[in-house]
Write a protein that binds this ligand. Sequence first.
Ligand SMILES: [Zn+2]
Ligand SMILES: [Zn+2]
Length: 92
Amino acid sequence: MKCIICGENEATIPDRNEGPWGKRKKVCKECHTNRLRNDFIGILEIERKRRQTAAEQEGCPHKNIQTAWSYIPGECVKQPDYEQCVDCGEIF
Ligand SMILES: [Zn+2]
Ligand SMILES: [Zn+2]
């Protein structure tokens, strides 16, 4: 049984769309991993949009500031590099 997505590799993982009852192996590992990655990217994208919208609606008063740290070359010391608004991405 070949993978139903790429049609090249041997299917080793059941198609998750069939739910827990899907026992027949239909997709290969690569395609399965790809799918998971796409899901993850999708979630990040939704989260990003949500934040952006919230920031726009509020006119972004920069409530969520995060500090980016950088390493001083040659020394194992971190120094604050810059501060960035988590919502609108503005750097201070
Ligand atoms: Zn495949
Ligand atoms: Zn902001």
